[in-house]
Design a protein around this ligand. Structure first.
Ligand code: TXA
Ligand code: MG
Length: 320
């Protein structure tokens, strides 16, 4: 099979109705989607991604109207955050209704819900008439795709269709907020900055639980988001000295280093914009894979806005 890449929404609805999977664009990263109510179709997602069944999937909706079909005991803070940020790069963990297949939630009593902000995918969900279960469209453990071509490069031989919505505007996976426990807990730093969420709430977030030991979100495993190359994250002065025998690549925020050949360097935002840096991060990590570099040194980004999620992904990429 070779995936067709295009913008044909009716073709996608047909494929989904037949119980197969398609790759879909979102503002964060590309997803690998199936009808959330068709267990056989959902199991194909796990198969194609080589994803362990203990790692639950996010369900994507185009409208809040269908939320009561999927979730129970929805707290007020959900509606507050929905109003402020949806559609957008935030995923809510809520108590699930029994209609949601256990395969999606990996047997937990909660489900991840997201309202993606991409016109093609919103139209696809509306036309299909069912919600779409979708993880990021990459083989398990690898960096998420931010373009249709990224998906084609890795999963093109295993899926029939990639809906091409261009380059993802945010470039990092959604921020995951757990609202199922009576308080508010961040499970994954992502494309929506915590500062923005705190502004909307009017109070600081107390619980940020993104450690690698969290069994409720296996996507938090520290080895996640790995490119093929060895990545070292942190202080350059030390690292450069240590790696002087090796062919070194560099990922920085704004500036190139004078001591390293210029073509071995990826500057994520020369003008110093963390949103732009986030958009370029995964593409850069993928590009490093195509080189013969021995090691990639990634600098620590400012720990604010999307810089926190960038640092989180680089740290995970560096721990193999
Ligand atoms: O931006 C995104 O969130 C993208 C796009 C495609 O929507 N999706 C995405 O999905 O990143 P995935 O499967 O690659 O990552 C979802 C994360 C996983 O770490 C999973 O463990 C966690 O969400 N998750 C899903 N359902 C959960 C639940 N009920 N409780 C706790 N964690 C959950
Ligand atoms: Mg993923």
């Amino acid at each position: 099979m070779t995936a067709e890449i295009g913008k044909d929404i009716s073709k996608c609805t047909q494929i989904l109705e037949q119980g197969d999977v398609v790759a879909i664009p979102t503002e964060t990263v590309y997803g690998l989607a199936a009808n959330a109510f068709n267990v056989k179709a959902v199991s194909k997602i796990f198969e194609v991604k080589n994803r362990p069944s203990f790692d639950p999937l996010i369900v994507h909706l185009s409208s809040i109207d269908s939320i009561d079909d999927l979730c129970i005991d929805i707290p007020d803070v959900f509606y507050q955050l929905y109003k402020s940020f949806c559609p957008g790069p935030i995923t809510f963990i809520l108590k699930k209704d029994k209609k949601v297949p256990d395969l999606i939630s990996s047997g937990h009593d909660t489900v991840g819900i997201r309202f993606p902000n991409h016109s093609l995918t919103r139209e696809l969900i509306e036309k299909s008439g069912f919600p779409l279960a979708a993880p990021s469209a990459n083989p398990f453990g690898y960096v998420s795709p931010t373009s249709a071509q990224h998906v084609a490069n890795q999963l093109g031989g295993k899926i029939p269709y990639i809906l091409d919505g261009g380059t993802c505007k945010v470039g990092l996976e959604s921020t995951i907020i757990d609202l199922s426990k009576g308080n508010l807990e961040v499970l994954r730093l992502g494309g929506l900055a915590l500062e923005d969420i705190e502004d909307a709430l009017g109070y600081p977030i107390q619980k940020i639980k993104t450690s690698s030991s969290n069994p409720n979100a296996p996507g938090m495993l520290s080895s996640h988001y790995s490119p093929g190359k060895k990545v070292v994250f942190g202080n350059f002065d030390y690292s450069l000295d240590q790696w002087k025998e090796k062919k070194v690549g560099v990922i920085t925020f704004q500036h190139k280093l004078s001591s390293i050949p210029q073509e071995q360097q990826w500057v994520l935002s020369p003008k110093g914009d963390l949103n732009e840096a986030a958009q370029n991060l995964f593409k850069s990590l993928r590009e490093t894979d195509k080189t013969d570099l021995d090691v990639i040194l990634a600098e620590e980004f400012p720990n604010e806005g999307l810089g926190r999620a960038i640092n989180d992904r680089l740290k995970r990429a560096s721990s193999k």
